[in-house]
Design a protein around this ligand. Structure first.
Ligand code: SAM
Length: 251
């Protein structure tokens, strides 16, 4: 998969792209990340990429011309490449969105700065607008890196253990079960007995129940959309889910 990132600060990507899973995915040819400095596409001796907002007010706005020029030059005639504007006003980035994006062979990511980008970029260049959460970052670079990381993990062959992404939190609409490693006892705190039992069926059942229990405790909203078996539903029913208007009444 190919990522084309349009940014005023390409060096912000240097560290994250050179470590661990993302580094190996590039070395093995599973992904390539191409960083394009929007400034290189700005006209004039000063290569200005931002200007004051029409209508007044504080802050600067990223000019449309260099962004259009950069994206059009890099994508050329290639059709169907999602052009994603990172923005706190976009649709929320979730596991499902990452999965959807992972099906494309190429993605273009536009990183805003300052007060954001001229609205015409959103209207006439971007085909999608993504927010990584309900807060405001100083720029789209960290958000783009989050998208690259989350999408890359889902690509076949990227993770050493192919089952890992399958079991991760959110993959099935549940939070993942807790993990333990050696030592079996640390500062007097032991590992749950079942994990030491070697009984794979019991371990699988315990993990599933833990995933259900912690999703119910921390993110009950996720249960509404999770893929649940009859056994899951019976387990959750014993924990009082779903809550009925009756169960909310004081006794
Ligand atoms: N004035 C804008 C607003 O209120 O919607 C916020 C601009 S923000 C300071 C600058 C840039 O950071 C945005 O153009 C966007 O590219 C990026 N950004 C900020 N928060 C983000 C978020 N939650 N998700 C994705 N990108 C974000």
């Amino acid at each position: 998969m190919r990522f084309d990132v349009f940014t005023l600060f390409p060096e912000m990507f240097t560290g994250p792209l050179q470590e661990s899973i993302i580094k190996r995915a590039q070395e093995r040819g599973l992904i390539s990340v191409h960083l394009h400095n929007i400034r290189d596409y700005a006209a004039g001796r000063h290569r200005i990429t931002d200007d004051a907002p029409y209508g007044g007010g504080g802050g600067m706005v990223m000019k449309p011309e260099p962004i259009f020029a950069a994206v059009e030059a890099v994508l050329g005639d290639e059709k169907g490449v999602p052009v994603i504007l990172l923005s706190p006003q976009g649709r929320l980035f979730t596991h499902q969105v990452a999965k959807e994006l992972s099906r494309h062979p190429r993605l273009a990511l536009i990183c805003g700065r300052y007060e954001g980008v001229d609205e015409r970029v959103r209207e006439h260049l971007a085909t999608d607008e993504i927010s990584i959460g309900d807060y405001v970052l100083s720029g789209g670079e960290l958000a783009a890196m989050v998208v690259i990381d989350a999408v890359t993990r889902l690509l076949p062959g990227v993770l050493g253990d192919p089952g890992a992404a399958f079991e991760d939190s959110h993959a099935w609409g549940l939070l993942e079960y807790p993990h333990y490693t050696r030592p079996a006892v640390f500062r007097g705190w032991g590992v749950p007995e079942v994990l030491l039992s070697g009984n794979h069926a019991a371990i699988a059942r315990w993990r599933r129940e833990q995933a259900l229990r912690r999703t119910l405790e921390r993110r009950p909203d996720l249960l509404e959309r999770a893929v649940l078996t009859e056994e899951d539903r019976a387990f959750l029913a014993r924990l009082g889910w779903p809550k009925t208007p009756e169960s909310d009444k004081p006794t």
